[in-house]
Structures are given as structure tokens and as C-alpha cells.
Ligand binder design. Sequence first.
Ligand code: NDP
Length: 432
Amino acid sequence: MGRVLIIGCGGVASVAIQKCCQNSEVFEEILIASRTKSKCDVLKQKLDGGKTENQAAQWNANKSRTKIQTAQLDADKKEEVVKLIKQFEPDLVMNIALPYQDLTIMEACLECGVNYMDTANYEPEDIEEPKWRAAYEKRCKEQGFSAYFDYSYQWAYHKRFAEAGITALLGSGFDPGVTQAYCAYALKHKFDTIDTIDILDCNGGDHGYAFATNFNPEINLREVSAAGSYWENGHWVEVPAMSIKREYYFDQVGQKDMYLLHHEEIESLAKNIPDVKRIRFFMTFGQSYLDHMRCLENVGMLSTTPILYEGKEIVPIQFLKALLPDPASLGPRTKGKTNIGCIFTGKKDGKEKSYYLYNVCDHQECFREVGSQAISYTTGVPAMVGAMMLLTGKWNKAGVYTVEQFDPDPYMEALNRWGLPWQESDSPVLVD
Ligand code: NDP
């Protein structure tokens, strides 16, 4: 049914690729293209059933009918992306590289008239660059919050995508992604009006390291060290990083500390969920993680501004990334579960109600299935599901859209089928 160019072959992409290959009726042919081609080739071998007899015995269960090709690509260069799209002629480009590549890949899709999707919204690699700094400061002033990742860069493409008759689906991971499908589902089936949404991202997993990040360290640390913000009564409220804490009790995980963060889906939900009064995002962090992060920040290791070291320019946060464990290597070590979902309050048939819609995912089960921990799994599965919605024509509006702007039902059904079944409960889980 579909030919897909998948860009990136890191932690999240390798899960999404394996899920596409499990779903070979929809994903007939894929081209995996990334900066380091050898990673694409190793995954292709695994999915082709292995090169040697030993590998074949170990990997045969994964053997897929999806035809796989690989290529080297620097997606920072639009011309390279255009060239590859013209050679392979895909129906869809799945961008699962880094947020820094979103705009070059969107430009290439526009030039070639091909649908686009990603798992995280654009952020400039170096916000201090004069080109970005002025626009960033203007936006902060207008919008009242200072996160350097937001939808404005990509929403600016809506008209061009609509006129070209192609779709860009933004942020089809778990959060953003599934959390927005949960919001659309709650609005369609459970509420007449939603007053508040609290998105809770709880990771009860333990990898045994004093400090490591569960997905790309640079993107992760930039996100959690930024000021927190939430949406209330039509405005952004900005607070210092990690200054609002809550304790929740989670089904199958237990009691956890959570901290309020700025998160991209708050911005699109504020636009697309009518009359919502407050939207917040909370994530779990252990004390050891917070202590390490504070210390690294204090000594300047989280900076994205290049410095000269022994005559060579290095970016501190990129150097730190090279020292930290590769998130892809956490799979075999991580035990425990994630519980990610949304608490809604609002009205149905004139009565006040609250409702929790969530997924529980087990790190070790994910590892057994695809060789990754649950954070990559809970992002990679919805990436495949979002791509499937576009390829099967279930979601087919021309323009740039986020997940909650489409019918949630086929997406929710596919989550159940492809490894992220959802659960519901009436009771809120706040402890303190
Ligand atoms: P990784 O660092 O593990 O993988 C990134 C991949 O992109 C690597 O294969 C890397 O190549 C490749 N890449 C980087 N730059 C380029 C480039 N210029 N050209 C081509 N390929 C490139 O990241 P993750 O898998 O952890 O994260 C992937 C994406 O998923 C990120 O955008 C992240 O923000 C997003 N994410 C979304 C979540 C959600 O819930 N929505 C949750 C978690 C992550 P190389 O191997 O050479 O480094």
C-alpha cells in the first residue's frame, strides 16, 4: 500500500521501523536513511532475517515482508533530502531524526509534493545565533513564554502545504502525539466540555545509572532545564524550571514525584480544545536526576553556545551527550513500567466529572519485543500509527496539523492493536 522514506535510525526510529515491518500490509517498502548508514544496515539485516545462520536463528521471528533499502543522508541539507525523495518516490516521509531537521525536511517535502510527519516540533539548534535570537525574543514577548521549541515555525507552513494538497502531521509520538489523541477522544466520547487537562508522563523505570536520559540527551536536557509554563484562562503562565511539584499515585507504578514542564502539545491543545480553562504537563524526575542536572547546568555543561577548547570549537551539551550512556543501550538494563496519560475534568450531561485515560508500558516487555526500553517504544509505536493513518487515507486533510485535529477513533483502535493499549479510570490519582 505504501512506500515510506524514514529519516533517522536512533532509539525511536528503530522501534518505529520494526513496527512498520510488523505491519507490512501497509508499509510495503521502506528506505531507512540516516547520518550513520551502518546503523541502518544493521537494522535491515535484523529485519531481513540476519546474515549468518546464528543471526537467522535469533532474528527469524522478526523477518518481515516489507522490502527495506538503506541510504546515507545529511538531513540538514535540503538538496540531499530532495534528491533522495526523487530517487525513491515515497508516499510519505517520516522524520524521526532530531527536531533540528524538521524545517529542511518539510521544505524538501513541499518541493517534491510528498506528505510529511514527525515526532517533535522544530527547535533551532543554537538559539543564540543572531538569525534565530531576534525572532525568538519577538515571539517570547508576543506569546508570554520563553521555550525555544514551539509550533510557530511549523504552523507557518500551513498555507503552503494546503495549497500543495499534501499533509504534514506534527508530533506523532506519545507526548506529543498519543496524549492529543486522548484529548480528542475524551472530547468526542466522554465530555460535553473539558475544563482542565493535566498530562502526566510517569516513568517508573530504573536503568541503574546515577544519571542517563531515556531519549536523545541533548533534546531531553534542553527540554527539562527550560522554564516551566502552563495555559490558564487564555494566557501562558511561566514559572522557574522544576518549581511546581506534585505527587501522584500511579496504577502499576506507585507513588512518584512529578514536576511541571513546558511542553509543546499544550500550545496546540489550547487552540484546538474549545473552552478549556487550564492545561498543564507534568513529568517524573528522581532526586538523583535533578541533582545531576542542576550541577551540570551550574557549570555550563547544558549550554548550546559553542566554546573554544584547545583551539577547537565544541558545544558543551553535545560534548556531554558523548559522555552519557546512549539511550539505545538502556534497553537491557531498564526494569519497571511507564504510566502516561491525561486527567480531564469537565461536564457531561450537566454533571461535573473527572476521567483518567492512560497507557501502562513495561520496559522489559518492550525490550523482549524490539530490543528497546519503553520510552523509545511508546514514541516509536505512535510514529508508525500516525504514518499508517496517512498512508491508509484515514487522515487526509491538506495542510499542517497536530494529532488532536483528526478523528481519534482509528488512531486509538490502532494503538490497542499495535502495542499501546489504553485504559481508563474515573478516579484522579493526585496524592499531594
Ligand atoms: P537519537 O539521537 O537516538 O536518534 C536520532 C537519529 O537521527 C540518529 O540516527 C541520528 O544519526 C539521526 N540524525 C541526527 N542528525 C541527522 C541529520 N542531520 N541527518 C540525518 N540523520 C540525522 O534520538 P531519539 O531516537 O531518542 O529521538 C528521535 C526523535 O524523537 C527526536 O526528535 C526526539 O525529540 C523525538 N522524541 C519524541 C517523543 C514523543 O513522545 N513525542 C519522545 C522521545 C523522543 P546518528 O546515528 O549519526 O547520530
